[in-house]
Design a protein around this ligand. Structure first.
Ligand code: NAD
Length: 425
């Protein structure tokens, strides 16, 4: 019985690795993958732990622990962000690196999956301390990264400045400038136009496709967005420009609601000035816990993981769930959403616009020729639309939900690459 092999619901609901593993197992079973291939796909290809001594501003020396995990390089160089956070762990980095393998495979770009992290609290470190941590961490993992090996990017607690430091450190060791070693760089250091908007734009594109599939129209669609950060803020702005009505924005300190649609630029400016969305004059303040259950057509969680769980999935009213965040829905909640017929655009598809434009950045750096923003956006649209169709086609062909279809498609593509390459020695 499946239930006997399933860990307690609580564990599945809090541990993203458990959720991801269950989805992996389900997809692998449906595909009929043999035990050997499952072992290969489950196990990261390389895990590196480094302990890095860094001089703090007050003269003390502290040792920070960092990781870089390459889950798979079967389809190309490992690709994935570097996270600076106090609760980074090897397990978390492993899970996130596997996620990157599946995400890159879903959008069919020639990368494997990787992830890195350093256990530190960027909110209490000075700019100088962050720079020294970044440079020493880069020096320690230097032989394992590179345009052909492993291409990091920003993640929680890191940004385009961090990428500039990594690029510079790597380049100093190579004795020439190597911009393609990282993506998410500043524009004038080999960054790509359209990268900042890419994840939010990807969410807009796949939501457009979902509405078309469901014979709904953006002009009539009411949207609730959780998280007005890079992904949610950009998605809300672009969706509102495309005619959607953004009726509610939920943040960590409050939620604002307007049935006629929020002015996202004005709300963003208000947050910029006051530090919060609370008090925005053209909207009604609503309870942030309850706001997830507002009657709407599209719900776009773009803040954090484990937001939609067995405790609340029943109350979701949206017809379309576009997962801007990584892992916002737990494995247990999936079944409830399926019962309710919610059309789920799973995270490994919905938020893959970011890594897709990172791929474009890597291509442009290697070509030494930079594309216009329109060219980037058109190419992004092509990839997101065809990936959406691939996932929906797979779901229909195999009679499974969209999430399982996305996992099956990804596993199938990576397993195919491994089989064609064969095992060396
Ligand atoms: P961000 O830090 O720019 O934005 C997150 C926003 O969510 C912030 O405004 C924050 O205040 C808000 N928030 C935090 N806790 C909240 C809560 N409990 N309720 C409501 N709002 C809350 O981060 P981001 O880059 O936009 O990433 C958001 C999610 O998208 C993460 O899961 C990330 O892994 C995922 N993601 C990001 C990218 C990207 O390109 N930035 C790509 C793929 C996936």
């Amino acid at each position: 019985m499946i239930l006997e092999a399933t860990p307690p619901v609580d564990d599945l609901e809090v541990n993203p690795w458990e959720s991801a593993s269950h989805r992996f197992d389900e997809a692998a079973s449906k595909l009929g993958l043999d035990d050997g291939m499952r072992k290969v796909l489950r196990t990261p290809a390389m895990e590196l732990t480094v302990n890095i001594p860094v001089a703090l501003d007050d003269g003390r020396i502290e040792v920070f622990t960092g990781y870089r995990v390459q889950h798979s390089i079967a389809r190309g160089p490992a690709k994935g962000g570097i996270r600076f956070a106090p609760d980074v762990s090897l397990d978390e980095v492993r899970a996130l690196s596997a996620w990157m393998t599946w995400k890159c495979a879903v959008v069919n770009i020639p990368f494997g999956g990787g992830k890195g992290g350093v256990i530190c609290d960027p909110t209490i470190l000075s700019e100088g301390e962050l720079e020294r941590i970044t440079r020493r961490y880069t020096a320690e993992i230097l032989e394992f990264i590179g345009p052909e090996r492993d291409v990091p990017a920003p993640d929680m607690g890191t940004n385009e400045q961090t990428m500039a430091w990594i690029m510079d450190t790597y380049s100093m060791h190579k004795r020439h400038t190597v911009t393609a070693v990282v993506t998410g760089k500043p524009l004038d250091l080999g960054g790509s136009k359209g990268r900042v908007e890419a994840t939010g734009r990807g969410c807009l594109i796949v939501t457009n496709e979902a509405l078309r599939h469901l014979k709904m129209s953006p002009g009539d669609a009411r949207v609730v967005v959780q998280g007005l950060g890079n992904v949610g803020g950009m998605a809300a702005r672009l969706m509102s420009e495309a005619g959607y009505k953004i009726v509610c924005i939920i943040e960590h300190d409050g939620a604002v609601y307007s049935p006629k649609g929020l002015d996202i630029r004005a709300l963003t400016a208000h947050r910029h000035e006051t530090g919060s969305i609370v008090g925005f004059k053209d909207a009604e303040a609503v309870d942030r816990e309850e706001a997830l259950f507002i009657d709407c057509d599209v719900l776009l969680p773009a803040a954090k993981e484990n937001v939609i769980t067995s405790a609340n999935a029943e109350r979701i009213k949206a017809k379309v769930l576009c997962e801007g965040a990584n892992g916002p829905t737990t494995y247990v909640a999936d079944a409830i959403l399926k019962e309710k017929n919610v059309f789920v655009i799973p995270d490994i598809l919905a938020n893959a616009g970011g890594v897709t434009v990172s791929y474009f950045e890597w291509v442009q750096d290697r070509q030494g020729y930079f594309w216009t923003e329109r060219f980037v956006n058109n190419r992004l649209e092509e990839i997101m639309v065809s990936s959406f169709n691939d996932v929906i086609g797979y779901a229909q062909k195999h009679g499974v939900n969209n999430r399982l279809a996305a996992y099956m498609l990804a596993l199938d593509r990576v397993a195919f690459a491994i089989k064609r390459r064969g095992l060396y020695a």
